[in-house]
Design a protein around this ligand. Structure first.
Ligand code: IVH
Length: 668
């Protein structure tokens, strides 16, 4: 009996490792996410029942252990050097000359790689198992971040080669899209934003609680094999191939060249193309390919002589801070923003930069009138990198946070251990406006037509004090507002009416409870299924829910206890807003469970987002590209190449009518 279980567990682990590699490393999955999840589930269940059979490298054990007090330090096997930089074609050609002078009359081959803008780390594998991961630190010693790195799916816990010891270097990074999503969630949850994907990646690797790291969308590319006991390679390129064959992820744009001129072309091409890929690169790394030549060239104590980086021009510019203004957010947070002399930064004119908070301004000693360097990184609002102190005239003015809210004049409060000051007046017009904006936003109630200028007027004219008031507006009132007419007033009335039927989770998110983002709202809606029940939940009870931490729990309880909230919920109720989830549809039937959909072309009766929502509500999944795992391709007007691909693969194609029919039949 036990032998059978052991055998099945082994088999499951092998399959899961195989499919993880296909999915995470090779971007070429053979089974659907659903099937993969089923394998994981079976393994988890077996391990649950037979805890003695759990091994540390089981795919279920990526997130383990309690938060650490601090990281241990580790000595790197060989120093993690840095690279010399070049900034122009001339400098790159000089590098080639230097190399040729040091090892004359030899053919030289180069490998050019993208210079990934993340966090450099070292991984140790022993007999095919991932045993240690460390940050670069000062180059000689780094921090042991093994538990955190184990949570990254692109780092295999077990690899194909069984070398006694092998050390690999690579870069942990975050994709732009994932970074934006993370920041968006952080904004919703009222947490500090990361300035760029590199900071987000580095910050996430250096968290003391691996469970939080596990929730961050980190990835890795490895770019060097620095130690391999029992293996012998003659070129860097070969060693990369070996790493790839072992199941590690190398960057697909790495290329071999016979001359520096070709390398230069590659550098110039990537200077242009850097925005085309979904992760940030800040240059190209050029390495002499032959390992014998590398040894011959050697290193200085800072950097190797056989490699160099070609840095792209920075997306930075110098400009002046004309003023510092205060923006009041949805939860009353006061954010200082620099008003800049407009300056062009890689094609975009920028006039504002966030200064985050008072501490940040003090730390960087930013004053009004200062000449500063601004940087655009990771597609977020530009940030002030540093002050050019030598440009000071003495006329600069130091900035102090106001003690009253610049919008409503109420007192400002800054909790002892927080960086953010807040306006204490929940009726502050700025907060009301932000709340309305949030309430109407796409992931919340999705009310089209309720834009900033309309919100401005509604608040200024005292027509709404909170989002519930929206449902008591009369068409005639709306029609009289600026830039509104009968038609747009009617449209907004229709939108409001439609929004009354939104899912409970959308409604919870829309309420704008501090720290409750879309994910937490989903979880709360799933657990409570009505606002009435949620209102009664205590902090203790809420905290017991998986993924709901003390901060969210407290904030939820506090929100629902306020008299203001109770009055507002009554208003919502009287207006006929759906405040519970009908269980029959939600729980008993997930008719499209595990089915994979792809949408192409535009539908007549709904937007793509709406169609996606329908599918997801019914348990299905929506992907952006067609593969053999796709079950249905829904085709609208003027479909793209996905249609052809679906035909080629023989996947069921639904037109709009058929799709609606399918949804209809499944709903019952
Ligand atoms: S090779 C001795 N290759 O750039 C060679 N480094 O200043 C050392 N980096 O901290 C590194 N992409 O984290 C190499 N393809 C790549 C790289 C890369 C990014 C980082 C690395 C290091 C820094 C070098």
């Amino acid at each position: 009996m036990k032998d059978n279980v052991r055998k099945r567990i082994d088999e499951l682990r092998k399959q899961i490792n195989y499919h993880s590699r296909k999915y995470y490393i090779e971007d070429n999955p053979e089974i659907s996410d659903y099937e993969f999840d089923q394998l994981m589930k079976e393994l988890e269940e077996l391990e649950d029942r037979h805890p003695d059979l759990i091994t540390p490298n089981s795919p279920t054990q990526r997130v383990g252990g309690e938060p650490a007090e601090q990281f241990e330090t580790v000595q790197h096997r060989s120093a993690m050097l840095s690279l010399d930089n070049t900034y122009s074609p001339e400098e790159l050609l000089e590098f080639d000359k230097r190399v040729r002078k040091l090892i004359p009359e030899q053919e030289i081959e180069y490998v050019a790689e993208l210079k990934l803008d993340g966090l450099g780390i070292a991984l140790v594998y022993e007999e095919g198992r991932f045993t240690r991961g460390a940050t670069r630190g000062d180059g000689a010693t780094g921090e042991d971040v093994t538990s955190n790195l184990r949570t990254i799916r692109t780092i295999p816990l077990v690899i194909e080669n069984q070398l006694p010891v092998m050390e690999v270097r690579g870069e942990v990074y975050m994709r732009r899209k994932a970074f934006q999503k993370l920041n968006q969630e952080r904004e919703e949850n009222d947490e500090n934003l990361f300035a760029n994907p590199r900071n987000a990646a580095a910050g996430s690797v250096r968290l003391l609680d691996p469970r939080i790291t596990a929730s961050r969308p980190l990835e890795i590319f490895v770019y060097a094999l620095t130690y391999a006991e029992g293996a012998n390679f003659s070129t860097h390129y070969e060693s990369l191939q070996f790493l790839k064959d072992s199941g590690l992820k190398i960057n697909p744009h790495t290329k071999k060249f016979g001359s520096i001129e070709e390398v230069l072309k590659y550098c110039e091409e990537w200077t242009e193309r850097r925005e085309d890929i979904d992760y940030e690169i800040d240059g190209v790394v050029i390495k002499v390919n032959s390992l014998a030549q590398q040894t011959e060239l050697g290193s200085t104590n800072k950097s190797p002589r056989w490699a160099i980086s070609y840095k792209f021009p920075a997306r930075r510019a110098t400009t002046k801070i004309e003023d510092i203004i205060i923006q009041v957010g949805r939860t009353g947070s006061l954010t200082p923003v620099a008003v800049l002399t407009p300056v062009s930064l890689s094609g975009i004119v920028i006039a504002r930069a966030t200064l985050h908070n008072e501490d940040e301004i003090k730390r960087k000693d930013i004053r009004i009138g200062d000449t500063v360097i601004v940087e655009r990184a990771g597609d977020v609002i530009p940030a002030v990198v540093m002050v050019l102190e030598e440009k000071r005239t003495g006329e600069e003015k130091e900035f102090t946070m106001p003690e009253t809210c610049p919008v409503c004049g109420s007192d400002v409060f800054k909790p002892e251990n927080e960086a953010v000051s807040r306006c204490t007046n929940p009726e502050c017009p700025a907060q009301i406006k932000e709340n309305l904006h949030h309430f109407a936003s796409r992931n919340a109630m999705d009310i089209e037509g309720l834009g900033p200028s309309l919100i401005d007027q509604l608040v200024k004219k005292d027509m709404v004090h909170n989002s519930a008031d929206l449902y008591y507006l009369q068409k005639e009132q709306l029609a009289q507002l600026e830039r509104m007419g009968d038609k747009s007033a009617q449209n907004l009335m229709d939108e409001l009416e439609k929004s009354k039927d939104n899912s409970l989770s959308r409604f919870i998110f829309a309420l704008g409870i501090r720290h409750v983002g879309t994910r937490a709202a989903d979880i709360l809606a799933e657990r409570y299924s009505s606002i009435d029940e949620l209102t009664k939940a205590t902090t203790e009870e809420l905290q017991e829910i998986d993924e709901i931490g003390p901060r969210i729990a407290e904030s939820v309880e506090q929100f629902f206890q306020q008299e203001r909230t109770k009055r507002m919920l009554d208003k919502f109720r009287n207006a006929g807003i759906k405040m519970q989830e009908e269980k029959s549809y939600h729980e008993s039937s997930q008719p499209l469970n595990g089915k994979n959909f792809v949408l192409t072309g535009s539908l007549e009766s709904m937007t793509r987002d709406e169609a996606s929502q329908y599918i997801k509500d019914a348990g299905g999944k929506v992907s952006s590209s067609v593969s053999k795992n796709t079950d249905y391709v829904v085709v609208g007007e003027s479909p793209g190449s996905k249609y052809d691909k679906a035909q080629k693969l023989g996947i069921t194609i639904l037109d709009e009518e058929e799709f609606l029919k399918l949804m209809d039949s499944k709903e019952k």
